[in-house]
Design a protein around this ligand. Sequence first.
Ligand SMILES: [Zn+2]
Ligand SMILES: [Zn+2]
Length: 778
Amino acid sequence: MSTSTHPVVAAATFDPVDAGLAVLRRAEHARLAHVARLPAREARFAQYPAWVDGQLRGELTERGVARLWSHQAQAAQALHEGRHVVLTTGTASGKSLAYLLPVLTDIAAAQQSCAGRATALYLSPTKALGADQAQHIEALGLSHVRVATYDGDTPSDERRWIRRHAGLVLTNPDMLHAGMLPAHEAWASFWRGLRYVVVDECHVYRGVFGAHVAAVLRRLRRVAAYYGAAPTFALASATIAESGAHAQRLTGLPVQPITDDGSPRAAMTVAFVDPRTAAGPAADEPVSALTRAGDLLADLVGRGVQTVAFARSRLGVEVVADRATHRLESLDLGLASSVAAYRGGYLPEERRDLEARLRDGRLRGLAATSALELGIDISGLDAVVLAGWPGTRSALWQRAGRAGRSGRESLAVLIASDDPLDHFLVGHPQAVLGAGSEGCGMDPQNPYVLLPHLAAAAAEVALTPADEAYFGPQVGPLAQELVRRGLLRARRGGWYWTRQERATDLTGLRGAGSTVEIVESLSGRVLGTVDVPRADAVVHTGAVYVHQQRPYVVTDLDLVGGTALVARGDPGWRTQARSVGAFDIVGVLSSRAAGPVTVAHGHVTVRQQVTSFLRRAPDGSVLGEHPLQLPERQLPTRATWWTITPEALAAVGVAQAAVPGAAHAAEHAAIGLLPLVAQADRWDIGGVSTALHPDTGLPTVLIYDGHAGGAGIAERGFEQRQDWLRNTRAVVADCPCESGCPACVQSPKCGNGNEPLDKAASVLLLDLLLTECSGDSH
Ligand SMILES: [Zn+2]
Ligand SMILES: [Zn+2]
């Protein structure tokens, strides 16, 4: 017993899930809102299809893959028959094997028969994932398949070899956009032989980034067609709603979804925790998901439950690790040094050391960001704690899946952080555990995105009206716009790029527009960057900017030069920008009316101007307001909006004076809950509400995409508005606060200092809006 790492329990009778639940049930760990047990799932097997390459099958069998899981066989067969497929099964369900079977078989067959080259392209959103995949394939040791990674680091002599000889090329959408497609002639034999395109992690391609990648994939199909190829698309995705529709928007092709997961899963217990109703935190400590996660990590470790706690930021990881260490010190079990923080960016040997200490039990607990997902192997832990909703269901299951990998039952704990979405989920666990309606919003027709890609397409192969087949009905109008700007020339038979510059330099895929650099005046050190419209509110002259918990004062915002100069120091107050917002309705794309309620989706121009800032003392009281001279920002985008008559509001008890507060509170809560139906960041969505809008003449609540041209988020909200509004109403009505709090109707990004807000009236307003969804069901 001398080397025993755990003083409390004996291994033989120890059930970590029971022990973890016992810790959670103690009142000091806030309120345990719900516990659900997900049963284990049995594996369903299938045989290898007969067409699979013999050597490949042999190598796989030797590595223990004697049979396939049912979804792998189903997807491989469909791809082999030339059908486009999107595979949407759980983490560790072997999605890559499903597409590698037809891809590697075809490449090997061509290489052996000398019947010409067969090629495939693999696209991943990150370099790390591509490298991971390359390693995975090389480990198969297939002598007759040439696999190569093509990215920014590939040396030029190697590039020549890849263009001429590689069978499977692994790259990313950015390289395809800026490297392979513009130089397509050098890749002629690669395109001619192109059989498959694999799009891995395709749920990442949503919003504006998704629209860019959709345009690049259409350019790829067009260039391939120029060389006579029509590749089959294999897409892989984390679980999202309507994966088939998403894959179809992304590729422009009909795609068959495969969702029936045949891989086995160990049982898991999921606990939902509301940190607010704790037995009474000390007055000086806020009840936050992070402090609760720290306490819980300490107590689980204290009970012998090996645990990893995920926080959403590096700073959050510090808070969790410090809190856990201090608590363990006070418990005096000799375990304080058995908890560590993992922040990413570690050297390989440091990672291996961490893994070894986790494995032999010297390390009992870890606080980590999601960097851990790709960083180290932590299989075999007992429990996962999540401080705050990780953004999507798939991210939740990915993190939760880090425990209990060896087939043992595990525990996952979700602690709500201080926003409406988290509190809704902890109060409505079915929204997490059920099928859900969380899909990827994206608009491949966004003209702001499409325009530069049409220029790039014209530079690749002259653009003609027939290219509507790829890019839709805007080809003509947008090409004429490019001619007007002197970028394309119209000649007989099409539009041509005749300039010296590279057309692809007109746009990147992930660009966020212009930014402001935050520079410390004394040292000249750059602390960070902010997107331009947001800079007005965050780094205006006089703002207190907090960087890594240290306050700085902005001494000058220079919008022309793109810099904000800051000086280190704490003036003893914080600042909050105030802005005025308005919108013009430019065009209605779709609308429904039911009695006094109308809901619409369409084009709008949102006008926003930061007009002043407040200085607030540490207790929140206002010390003064100071005017600012900043330009009005105009954002042409897409939105969903509701109007309702004042008479209908009065009839349910919302007096005229309460209308602004009701609309404003409903707007905030609706923004908070939209990510549940349309994968998005709360910060990518904006809202404006008014008691009387000049275009509608009525009280109006408008929710818009925060990117020019729209990102498909508000559109998805329009389609799923029944779920969206029902969730919004529930989070407001069920919140125990009296008159509004950050967990329901207050918003940290409100330009009006969260005024006015009328929580009670907003529930009545939302009830009325919901009558449109249930009333005249269409
Ligand atoms: Zn509340
Ligand atoms: Zn607001």
